[in-house]
Structures are given as structure tokens and as C-alpha cells.
Write a protein that binds this ligand. Structure first.
Ligand SMILES: CC(C)(COP(=O)(O)OP(=O)(O)OC[C@H]1O[C@@H](n2cnc3c(N)ncnc32)[C@H](O)[C@@H]1OP(=O)(O)O)[C@@H](O)C(=O)NCCC(=O)NCCS
Length: 172
């Protein structure tokens, strides 16, 4: 059974090694999620620590899926820091452990992230995703629209500069 939870900063701090495991496994699997070197655990741990600090300041939300208590997937809802963007949030770090994929976990997490954003009064969500990745199909099926794409946006784990697709969803 999969449990879906929104973590407090304290809970996230306790689960830091597991958050790192998920991110590290997704980078090792070739995911375009900000990192190139899956073996650099320190860089990955610093990233999560920064996000947990942001969570403690109330600037974002972190939702996870757990299987038998172990984190198998994550997603973040990041509030815009600007006064004119209080209605807006960015979805990031939708990550599912390779072994836990194709069970609908990402879909569930996205739906919960959207509900969370809506409950906080957000009316616009944005994200970007590597052009052509399977994630785009998930987002489209959840009603997200493509704003456009940017070439050469991010370097892949293979050293290739790849395009990203910017997507948005207006919440009712
Ligand atoms: C993208 C990712 C989050 C999907 O996670 P998942 O739990 O396997 O996804 P789900 O089982 O909820 O599938 C949802 C939809 O995504 C699409 N999808 C996911 N994996 C797919 C695959 N391997 N091939 C084709 N479509 C796929 C399908 O449309 C699927 O809907 P369906 O099952 O009704 O066909 C996961 O592959 C992942 O973590 N990838 C690496 C990190 C990443 O790229 N994250 C996105 C950052 S923007």
C-alpha cells in the first residue's frame, strides 16, 4: 500500500537520507532534474537541506509517497517569492523511484499537490520539464497546457544540452 503525506520541516529533516536516495536514483536513471552527477551525494543533500529550510520558512510544501514507511516519491509546491506572484506556485521535483514507477504514484502526487496549492488560494501553477519526457504526457492528462519550449535549456547526464517545455495550469 502507498501512503501519501505532506511533510513538516521536522519530518522532512528526519527523512533527509531517504529524500536523497530518491533524487540520487532518479539522476542515476537519467532524469533531467537539475543534477548531472548522481554520485555526488553531498550536492544532493545540500539541495534537500536548502528545500527543508525553505519548508520551515513556509515558502513551499513537500509531499511524499511512502511504501512500508520508505519514501518512494516526492513532489514540491514552491510559492512565488514576489508580492505580485502570491497567486502562483511552481511544481518541482516530481520524482518516483525507478522501481516504483507505472503504478500511478506520480499522478496521485500531482493531484494532491494541485489540491494543496488550491487550498492555499493559488490560481496558477507552472513547471518545466525536459521536452519529450514521459512526464509531459502525465501533465497533459491532468489538464496542463504547453506555454512553449526553450532549446539548449539543461545539460543532460550524457552532456547534451536539451530543450525544456514550459507548462502551466490555471486552477478553477
Ligand atoms: C515522470 C515520472 C515522475 C512518472 O512517475 P510514475 O509514477 O511512473 O507515473 P504514473 O504511473 O503516475 O503515470 C502517469 C502517466 O505518465 C505517463 N508515463 C509515465 N511513465 C511512462 C512511461 N515509461 N512511458 C510512457 N508514459 C509514461 C503516462 O501518461 C501515465 O499515465 P497512464 O499510466 O495512464 O498511461 C517518473 O518516470 C520519474 O520520476 N521520472 C524521473 C524524474 C522526472 O523526470 N520527473 C519529472 C520532472 S518534470
Amino acid at each position: 500500500m502507498i501512503d501519501y503525506e505532506q511533510l513538516s520541516a521536522t519530518q522532512a529533516q528526519q527523512l533527509l537520507p531517504q529524500l536523497c536516495d530518491v533524487l540520487q536514483a532518479c539522476v542515476a536513471d537519467g532524469g533531467s532534474i537539475g543534477f548531472i552527477d548522481a554520485t555526488d551525494r553531498d550536492v544532493i543533500a545540500r539541495f534537500w537541506q536548502d528545500r527543508i529550510d525553505s519548508l520551515a520558512r513556509g515558502n513551499c510544501d513537500l509531499l511524499v509517497a511512502r511504501q512500508q514507511g520508505v519514501v518512494v516519491a516526492t513532489v514540491m509546491v514552491n510559492n512565488s517569492g514576489m508580492p505580485n506572484g502570491r497567486h502562483r506556485a511552481e511544481i518541482s521535483k516530481l520524482l518516483v523511484l525507478p522501481l516504483a514507477r507505472r503504478q500511478g504514484i506520480a499522478r496521485q502526487l500531482m493531484q494532491q499537490a494541485e489540491l494543496r496549492a488550491q487550498a492555499q488560494g493559488k490560481t496558477l501553477l507552472v513547471l518545466d520539464t525536459r521536452s519529450g519526457d514521459v512526464a509531459s504526457e502525465l501533465y497533459r492528462s491532468l489538464g496542463w497546457q504547453v506555454a512553449g519550449s526553450i532549446p539548449f535549456y539543461a545539460e543532460s547526464t550524457e552532456g547534451v544540452f536539451e530543450a525544456t517545455t514550459v507548462m502551466f495550469k490555471v486552477l478553477q
